[in-house]
Design a protein around this ligand. Structure first.
Ligand code: GLU
Length: 293
């Protein structure tokens, strides 16, 4: 069964930009006959009560999903299996670099911008046993670039580097977990904010190494504040709770989001089912949504 998904990090309430991305992921999945899955990316930055509030807000705007909510924190064995598979194939290595060392090396002339420079790629056993800090585990990438197909952006070529697979603290990395989960859950359509576009080539490359079919991507424009920065909690009335305090219910917020997607007229009351009938990926606005509070 083919599936789409929404994969929030339960680190606080969803803001209207997050809810709009969730709505789009739901519209993309449902309009193509896919299941829609909900996955909590809770390997990092979890805030108590946040998951329940996020799910309640998603339901309040009318979204539904198939099957139980999946939590990454309960799937460590899957990630470790993938790491073991890559390690057996000679595609991993231990990295002892500090953040600071990586930044310094990466700012050296001719280093590809932002890429890990491969400092620990070929350490000898003696060099490794002389280390005093615990290592992170990195992918030994055999390419420096990879291309993905994106419904919104078109073909996108981006950088691949020796991405971290397991962090120094022993926790599987976001890039590994997202690829393993999408593969395991049969997710073949990934709809998310376009701030993650640059991560998609390395994730797609990692998928091919793990024998996972690369999903179709749709990186959708983000919501920005009036200064053109990514919408954040400090930007004012940006959550359903904030909007409720202004007298606007979830249905009003759904109308605002639908209008921003050119799926509804100003102040037109709508349901997600109506939006589903109107949804056309080709007609999606290609520019960020400026949300003025
Ligand atoms: N958990 C990520 C986030 O909340 C999204 C990851 C993804 O959709 O691939 O930004």
């Amino acid at each position: 069964m083919t599936s789409g998904r929404f994969a929030p990090s339960p680190s606080g309430d969803l803001h209207l930009g997050n809810l709009r991305t969730a709505l789009l992921a739901w519209l993309f999945a449902r309009s193509t006959g896919r299941r829609f899955l909900m996955r909590m990316e809770d390997l990092d930055r979890v805030r108590e009560g946040s998951e329940a509030r996020q799910l309640a807000d998603l339901r309040a705007i009318g979204l539904d999903w198939d099957g139980p909510v999946v939590r990454q924190s309960q799937r460590t064995a899957l990630y470790e299996n993938a790491i073991a598979f890559l390690t057996a194939a000679g595609l991993t290595y231990e990295c002892f670099c500090t953040r600071r060392e990586i930044l310094e090396a990466a700012s050296a002339p001719h280093a590809p911008a932002g890429a890990y420079p491969g400092t620990c790629r070929n350490l000898t056993d003696a060099q490794k046993s002389a280390q005093t800090r615990p290592p992170a585990l990195r992918l030994r990438a055999e390419v420096t670039e990879f291309a993905v197909d994106d419904v919104v952006v078109g073909r996108f070529h981006g950088q691949v580097d020796d991405v971290v697979l397991r962090r120094v603290d022993g926790v599987p990395s976001y890039n590994l977990a997202v690829v393993v989960d999408d593969g395991d859950q049969g997710v073949d359509q990934v709809v998310r904010g376009d701030d993650l576009l640059s991560s998609s080539p390395r994730q797609a490359y990692l998928a091919t190494l793990l024998g996972i079919t690369v999903p179709t991507y749709a990186h959708v424009p983000l919501a920005l504040n009036s200064q053109g920065n990514r919408l954040a909690k400090r930007d004012g009335a940006v959550t359903l709770e904030d909007q409720a305090a202004l007298g606007l219910g979830p249905r009003d917020v759904l109308s605002i989001m639908a209008q921003s997607l050119e799926l509804a007229a100003p102040d037109e009351p709508v349901t997600v089912e109506q939006l589903l009938r109107r949804f056309d990926p080709a007609a999606l606005p290609r520019t960020p949504w400026i949300f003025e509070t």
